[in-house]
Design a binder for this molecule. Sequence first.
Ligand SMILES: [Zn+2]
Length: 181
Amino acid sequence: MPRGNYTIQRCCEECGKIFTPSTLMSKYCSPACSKRAYKKRQIAKEKEAIRQALIRRIPSSKGYLTVKEAMLIYGISKDVLYRMIRQGLIPSYNFGQRQTRLSRQYMDEHFKAKTGSKKRKKEALSFEPKDCYTIGEIAKKFHINDSSVFKHIRRHSIPTRQIGNYVYVPKSEIDKLYKSL
Ligand SMILES: [Zn+2]
């Protein structure tokens, strides 16, 4: 049985601490965490706006992209892009010194353009109790303590749903997570 049967417990989305929420909507353990999370969201929003503005400046008719442009469009880091080029996983064209170009067609065929929202496809996951574990069940099954479970869930952005006093987590996501760790 999960611990904390009689009080609702939640994991702070900012620091991961387990706390007793004062309202059903509370996501953070303290005003400080709430403020920090808000700031992070604002910074992320600004960064994303800048990225989108830069992408808009790349003509859609452009057949060859610079590494920088590919970083923006496909959301792949510079290091990873160069490594893939070196390993021959992405064909590159040398248009002169320091002018590595990538075929946009190739990139479009092999990579998905990164969209602004990082939302997962939640509709594909079932939150029916039969398809979910509670935190206590996860802790028991995988021999870890409750707070580690919360930490992992948060770190891997696994969606959860609170129903009554229990936090439900889709079994498929958890099994995948602990199989890969
Ligand atoms: Zn917190």
